[in-house]
Design a protein around this ligand. Structure first.
Ligand code: PEP
Ligand code: MN
Length: 360
């Protein structure tokens, strides 16, 4: 059995178990339940729980390591937990943990990551690295590099969503573009998705898991608790055994590619249509910016400001309606228009004011 997900291996590579280890009975029960899952690779359980607010359940501490080791003995499952400090690493190594993970609140802090990397020097244990709380790709890559430099060879990452301010149906926004960007930078590193923490609520977990599989991720880390209602942390996002069984049996696992000749030739044809549309879009964007420059000249010769708020509002409203008609989301069109407007202002600034050349 592979210790980290294998690019050509069986998917999903599954890590499952409760958010936190709460008692000996609870973790033994959870272990016996998840050991029945066909694709289970590791039993998870948080021993030291990093909580956003004080006075919540902060984990049982070192005694929980013994209970997890006992769960391993009883079920044959490998065990994994979260480490946030060098002392956690040492305690886990003492109990011969099969793997460790760095949580989102640790990856965000290079001092902590380095402290853990130093504690791991000369040790041969697989390490899973969650994305940082903030949507910052460089921090995630940096954490992986620090652990690699410590000599750890078996590394995988876990996408668990990002902190945000304001409304979202999710506890943490998935921002799928960030794990995709990670993959383009470090394609050799296997990636799991943790839909439990993204979702914050069980009903979203199946669709998030399916999406992770459709984006080619190798595995899933899913929280399962013998009695979620009684859980001491993350109650509303923990599955029962029945829930996770249903999820796994409904999950569609597709391949990264197909050698079928008809498929390949159809794919090439469709892609060449996309290429053509992209070319047209880029030409049109160039044309739009040249008109913006003319506009800049014209406003300049009449002593008129670049930003015309009424016009900008009218653009947002009319393009928004049109976008809706052709099936584009409001989020997409508003991001697109912001970028177009920013670029248009840049072009107008260039012709209006030569000193504005390097500004954002
Ligand atoms: C967890 O896995 O229970 C956890 C605390 O995760 P994260 O670091 O993603 O918040
Ligand atoms: Mn949790």
């Amino acid at each position: 059995m592979p210790k980290i997900p294998n690019k050509d291996g069986h998917r999903p590579f599954l890590i499952s178990g409760p958010c936190g280890v709460e008692s000996r009975e609870q973790i033994l029960q959870a272990a016996s339940e998840v050991s029945q899952l066909p694709s289970i690779q590791y039993l998870r359980g948080g021993i030291w729980k990093p909580r956003t607010r004080p006075d919540s359940f902060e984990g049982v501490g070192e005694i929980g390591l013994e209970w997890m080791a006992e769960a391993r003995e009883q079920t044959g499952l490998r065990i994994i937990t979260e480490v946030a400090r060098a002392s956690h690493v040492e305690a886990c190594l003492k109990h011969e943990f099969d793997a460790l993970w760095l949580g989102a609140r640790t990856t965000v802090n290079p001092f902590s990551v380095q402290e853990i990397a130093d504690a791991l020097r000369g040790v041969n244990v697989p390490v899973f690295i969650k994305n940082p709380m903030v949507p910052d790709l460089a921090l995630w890559l940096g954490a992986v590099e620090r652990i690699m430099k410590a000599g750890i060879e078996q590394i995988a990452v876990i996408h668990r969503g990002f902190s945000h301010y304001g409304d979202s149906i999710y506890r943490y926004k998935p921002m799928w573009e960030i794990p995709i960007a990670f993959r383009t930078r470090m394609p050799e590193i296997p990636m799991l998705c943790d839909p439990s923490h993204i979702a914050g609520e069980v009903s979203f977990i199946p669709a998030l898991s399916q999406k992770a599989m459709d984006l080619g991720m190798e595995g899933l880390m899913i929280e399962v608790h013998p009695n979620p209602k009684q859980a001491l942390s993350d109650k509303s996002q923990q599955f029962t055994l029945k829930d996770i069984n249903a999820l796994l049996s409904n999950l569609e696992i597709r391949n990264n590619s197909s050698a079928d000749e008809i498929f390949v030739s159809e794919l090439v044809a469709l892609r060449s249509r996309i290429d053509k549309v992209d070319e047209e879009i880029i030409h049109l964007l160039g044309k739009r910016m040249r008109i913006a420059e003319e506009l800049g000249e014209y406003k300049k010769s009449h002593g008129v400001n670049i930003l015309q708020l009424e016009r900008w509002k009218e653009i947002l409203a009319t393009r928004g309606l049109l976008a809706d008609k052709v099936g584009l989301t409001e989020e997409f069109i508003s991001k697109y228009l912001d970028q177009i407007h920013k670029e248009s202002i840049r072009h107008q600034t260039k012709v209006m004011n030569s000193r504005g050349r390097n500004e954002e």
